[in-house]
Design a protein around this ligand. Structure first.
Ligand code: ADP
Ligand code: MG
Ligand code: MG
Length: 352
């Protein structure tokens, strides 16, 4: 009999719409060709307000490719819709907070059903830029200079704040990047060039998160590498993102035609191999599993390769970087989805 795959998508984050498109591509890959003999897809749609919707509404959203109007969250927060079928394996394709950060992974772990991707720790580490950078530093991975800041330092004590800004100015300088620790898709991120911009950006970032990170800005090419596997993961070819905007912000990421993917990136074999090796190190450093996309800054003038971040549930639409990198490495989209499911089965906890 076929394996019943629970495809979980939508979710309570700014990447709700991307998740719907990713899920549509995955559903299609599971229900065509050889995969259709092995898998049966049961879609579950998580509304923006956190209510789970079953088969009927989920299929409608998948087909239309766009968000469904919210039913109020008076009932069923995360609970299964009535008459849900038994799920053999979960495939969460949720991006950002409440999906990529270990929360859903905790729920699926409690269910004792295997699921695609990283577990609780790997997901949480990959979402929190401060925890991630600490792990990268421990693994000896080079990164930009940074400083961590808390909301309390920004809001609670008017004497602390000017000193904090002074210190950021002297150690990191301008331009620097102010980021909430736990977001994605460039939401809440600001590139700042002056004291006034710094103050505004810190205040704004504090509205998103209790933990904030400030990084020295670098002038660099942005390159990315895909990782696939569990304990013996593989790294893909390297891709590059090119764009004309000031930085790779939300608008550039999600407006058609504002950014181009270059696969493979025009880089020397030595640089490519270094990036692949660093990607595997980063994957292990945060305890990722199944899949991750590792993003880098390549400073061409000095030859430096700095790790920027790891994304444990990267965009997965048919045109997204992650599946495109594997397609270029020789693994097609349907094969990739199949391998991810097999990796989830391989990882499932042995019963005690
Ligand atoms: P997200 O997780 O939201 O994608 P990133 O840390 O990747 O956040 O930052 C988003 C984008 O901002 C990057 O792709 C890059 O264009 C720019 N950026 C972030 N940090 C730096 C930095 N230290 N120097 C230069 N550009 C940066
Ligand atoms: Mg990210
Ligand atoms: Mg990024």
């Amino acid at each position: 009999s076929k394996l019943r795959v629970g495809l979980l998508f939508g979710g309570r984050s700014g990447e709700h719409e991307v998740s719907i498109v990713s899920a549509g591509a995955i559903a299609k890959a599971l229900t065509t060709g050889e995969n259709s003999q092995k898998y049966e897809v049961c879609p579950f749609y998580i509304q923006k307000n956190g209510v789970w919707q079953g088969e009927e509404i989920a299929r409608k959203v998948l087909e239309s490719g766009s968000a469904e109007e919210n039913t109020p969250n008076t009932v069923n927060l995360w609970q299964f819709p009535q008459k849900s079928p038994q799920i053999d394996l979960w495939f969460p394709i949720l991006h950002g907070p409440n999906g990529e950060d270990g929360t859903i992974q905790g729920l699926l772990t409690l269910m004792q059903v295997p699921f695609v991707g990283s577990g609780v720790l790997g997901s949480a580490m990959g979402m929190d830029k401060i925890a991630m950078k600490t792990a990268f530093a421990q693994a000896g991975l080079p990164q930009v200079q940074y400083q961590t800041v808390t909301r309390a330092q920004i809001w609670s004590n008017p004497c602390v704040f000017p000193k904090l800004c002074d210190q950021i100015e002297t150690t990191l300088g301008y331009p620097c990047f102010v980021k909430p620790a736990n977001l994605g898709s460039s939401v809440g991120i600001a590139k700042v060039r002056s004291r006034q911009e710094l103050e505004t950006a810190l205040d704004n970032a504090a509205t998103y998160d209790r933990r904030i990170i400030v990084e020295a800005g670098v002038v660099a090419r942005e390159v990315e590498c895909a990782v696939l596997g569990n304990d013996h993961p593989q790294a893909s070819v390297v891709g590059e993102i090119s764009f004309n905007s000031d930085f790779y912000d939300y608008e550039t990421k999600y407006t058609q035609g504002k950014a181009d993917l270059l696969i493979p990136a025009p880089l020397s074999q030595t640089v490519v191999e270094q990036i692949q090796e660093m990607s595997l190190k980063a994957f292990a450093a945060v305890d990722a599993a199944g899949l991750a996309r590792v993003d880098f800054f390549y400073v061409e003038s000095t030859g430096e390769i700095l790790i920027n971040e790891i994304n444990t549930l990267p965009g997965f639409t048919s045109t997204s970087m992650y599946p495109q990198l594997w397609a270029n490495t020789g693994i097609s989209f349907p094969q990739l989805v199949d391998q991810l499911i097999q990796l989830a089965i391989e990882r499932q906890p042995t019963s005690d």
